[in-house]
Ligand binder design. Structure first.
Ligand code: NAD
Ligand code: UD1
Length: 369
């Protein structure tokens, strides 16, 4: 199904032209924040999303938050597995670049349903790359993940560390990175930036858009948020015997607003005349924070006491991982600026204004159909 607001067409059914970015998965957490920043920078943005893990309301809120620039936002409900629908989107306008967020990201689900994940994340991406090539659009920013460092042999992780992963979700990221590298070798006209996100958290300071996972959250911050608003009884802390300062796992949490700025920097780089090839950048802060430090910061921000239950380590977890940020600073002129306290403040602002996310309480815990 395609939703294409009447006022966005020029009568012939095609979009009026200016620099236009296709954002796949733009209704999701990171995609919605990036779309808002792209609009603020004056880009025209076409979002496509299957709404598998999101709702159209997020796109509407982005349009509202963008004010006048909201007129430059278009939304198509398209699943990347449906190549014909993708063709229709590409035949309507010329895209200058694509930011590819669309994908499924729940690690445990990927272990239980590997084929579902491979079809969605791999076939979806191959369809996208084929249609891009057919239409002469060869500039891509891809959402990769620090998961490609597996159990890192050293920290901070530099982009040239050996890559490995421990689960099907992680393998889809690694495989797509490899496909991107092969594609550039075969056709050097491609310019591809692989962004390896560390741990995205926080929300837009307005509290109008934020993360709204379907079902039980896998990640720390959305789970913590649901405990704070009373949707869950307690937070389980996975592992208290890691060789870290308080025994809990260390991660590099990064505010989603900083991540969004990182995407703007990457898109700008794609439009420079420089030879870019296919290259990866870490998007992190370079600082590690333990689970208990995050809990303490969230309690300060929310004024809520978070009940904790201590449990064994979660399979596949590493003890400590954080980014080397030098390459992104040097080559993208980008650096994260938000602190852990900023992240928790904005996360709580979003959570307290939207305790059930974008959805009605009856739908908020629903599983994928
Ligand atoms: P999200 O689930 O909020 O957003 C992803 C969006 O993609 C959703 O709106 C979903 O409906 C859509 N989608 C999924 N499959 C699709 C398909 N076949 N066709 C069209 N749309 C589809 O997740 P997010 O946190 O915003 O993550 C965005 C990207 O960043 C993902 O690729 C994810 O793997 C990657 N990433 C996320 C994190 C994280 O912790 N959030 C960390 C590293 C990498
Ligand atoms: C996880 C995934 C990773 C994925 C990333 C973003 C695993 C093994 N890794 O990374 O592949 O790219 O999410 O989607 O699933 N924690 C708790 N209690 C919870 C949840 C988490 O104590 O309820 C701890 C974890 O043990 C970890 C830290 O909090 O030490 C962060 O966990 P999480 O938010 O899931 O991120 P990652 O483990 O970094």
């Amino acid at each position: 199904m395609i939703h294409f607001p009447q006022e966005c067409t020029n009568g012939s059914g095609s979009l009026c032209h200016q620099q236009t970015i296709l954002v796949t998965g733009g209704a999701g957490f990171i995609g919605s924040h990036t779309t808002l920043q792209l609009l603020g920078e004056g880009y025209k943005v076409v979002v496509i999303d299957s709404l598998d893990n999101s709702v159209e309301e997020s796109v509407k809120r982005v349009a509202d938050l963008a004010g006048e620039n909201g007129h430059n936002l278009y939304f198509f409900r398209v699943d990347l597995r449906d190549k014909d629908a993708l063709e229709v989107v590409f035949s309507m306008t010329k895209f200058d670049a694509v930011i590819h967020f669309a994908g499924l990201k729940a690690v445990a689900e990927s272990v239980a349903k590997p084929l579902f994940y491979y079809r969605n994340n791999m076939i979806g991406t191959i369809n996208l790359l084929e249609v891009m090539a057919e239409h002469g659009c060869k500039k891509l920013v891809f959402s990769s993940s620090a998961t490609v460092y597996g159990q890192p042999s050293s920290v901070p992780c530099t982009e040239d560390l050996p890559l490995s992963t421990t689960n099907p979700y992680g393998r889809t990221k690694l495989f797509v990175e490899e496909i991107a590298r092969d594609l550039h070798i075969a056709d050097p006209e491609w310019k591809i930036i692989l962004l390896r996100y560390f741990n995205p958290v926080g929300a837009h300071p307005s509290g109008l858009i934020g993360e709204d996972p379907r079902g039980v959250p896998n990640n720390l911050m959305p789970f913590l948020q649901q405990v704070a608003v009373g949707r869950r009884k307690e937070l389980t802390v996975f592992g208290t015997d890691y060789p870290t300062k308080d025994g809990t796992g260390v991660r590099d949490y990064i505010h989603v607003m900083d991540l969004a700025t990182g995407h703007i920097a990457a898109v700008r780089k794609l439009f420079t005349p420089k030879e870019i090839g296919c290259t990866a950048y870490n998007l992190g802060t370079g600082k590690g924070t333990t689970v208990l430090e995050i809990v303490a910061a969230f309690e300060r921000a929310s004024g809520k006491k978070i009940p904790l239950r201590y449990a064994d380590r979660r399979p596949g977890d590493c003890s400590e991982i954080y980014a080397s940020t030098e390459k992104a600073e040097r080559e993208l002129q980008w650096k994260a600026v938000y602190t852990i306290d900023d992240m928790c403040r904005d996360q709580w602002n979003w959570a307290s204004k939207n305790p059930w996310g974008y959805r009605h309480p009856d739908l908020a815990n629903g599983n994928r159909t």
